[in-house]
Ligand binder design. Sequence first.
Ligand code: GLA
Length: 516
Amino acid sequence: MLRATRHAVLGFAAFFLTFCAAVAQQPSDLRTPLPPPTPHINGPEVYGARPGHPFLYRVPCTGTRPIVFHARHLPASLQLDPKTGIISGTAPEKRGTYTVALDATNSLGRDRRTLRIVIGDTIGLTPQMGWNDWYSYYSRITDEDVRTAAEAMISSGMADFGYQFVDIDDCWARKPNAHDPDLAGELRDPQGNILPNARFPDMAALTAFIHSLGLKTGIYSSPGPLTCAGFEGSYGNEARDAKQFASWGFDLLKYDWCSYTRVAKDKSIEELEKPYIKMGGLLKDQPRDVVLNMCQYGMGDVWNWGREVGGNSWRTTGDLGLQAGSALPGFYNIAFANATHSQDAGPGGWNDPDYILIGTVGNARDQNAPGKPTSLTHEEQYSYMSMWSLMAAPLIFSGQMDHLDAFTLNVLCNSEVIDVDQDPLGKQASIVRKTDEEFVLRKPLEDGSVALGLFNLTTSPRSISADWSQLGLQGSQKIRDVWRQRDLGVFAQNYSPVVPPHGVIMVRITAAHPAH
Ligand code: GLA
């Protein structure tokens, strides 16, 4: 725990300095204001866990350390470490909602926030937030890289905004016929248990390290004999692997179709569902909560049935890193497709449009090339994060955690934007308008307000208008710019800001005179 505390202290200092340096360098470009030095508790307001399972939740909180954490009405089987804000223990056996009053105090002030811990069958009540190594490391990933990423999640301040998962993608297992001695060797032990390659000497120690920071961690496999990169998959060993992943201490499994094409009889829904029903059931039987991230690129309209087969999220498209752009970068096309499935997302099951590829990031078409700073403009990056948040998408960054720069953190770490993504109502934004020039998304929020994203798809500044009648609103409305965290005033019947090229204005709209 000492290590975790040191990380938290250093973390906030580093985050503060990075932010300050950034404000000095690029004042006009940065939208997210510096978080105040007083405590500010972030993160979801609702969190699901299964009865009697190990429980781990690090209270995300910005502000100058040391901060002293306190919780009232915490179930008796859970403890909160007052120095780190990490809640751990065993989830209560009794199902139901436990409303916990969180409190964070430092020498400058105090913040409070309510966290509803819902003990029941459903986990993933809000979209996952975290990091996945794929677009940074590809087949080079090592234990050390994952530890570095976990440490950086704390030291960069990302964890203080709710980023929690540190996920290993493909290439941790062994590879049949590998030339590289690191990846070669028996694929399984004599009992049939899957073996990590030489770059992962001790999986249980790795997950324990990540958990000691209050973070969670995910692993990857395929229902086919081989993963997409040709490593050992789970076909024929599903029960053994589910048990192994859980006993190593993993909190999430990305289950990637890949070579299951060779196993499936055809592309019928039944065949598409089969491997996920199997793994979904096996994971539910484990003595720990394991989120199931389905990856099969949207086949068979997975959004219609992903939840039923046990998925907590399902990729709706092919790989974002391989998506060709046109006049607009590739992520727009992914978003336009993902946005059409808004009816099917909700607490426990989310549409997954793939990772957030900003910062210093590798090239999926040339996986051995060193990572490079993203070619997306600043406006495009704010648009990217806004779309993902409005679409209640998992917020999984996949750039290099050891090259986080101030601008990238400014995009990833805006508490009000993240609140839109993590809103407990769990609605994905619906499309109000989609033309060649404009894209408008509307997401209803739990408190009755509405989040609105106005996206300019053209290369010139453009006034984009939203009328209350189109948004289902009546009467005067208060508008708050969530990126700049500034109230803009009361508007009578519409809002028509000028939106920069490829940029976004994202606001939260609340009735000025709520009906009684
Ligand atoms: C597929 C998935 C990616 C990644 C790679 C790993 O392409 O869609 O997200 O997991 O496999 O090989």
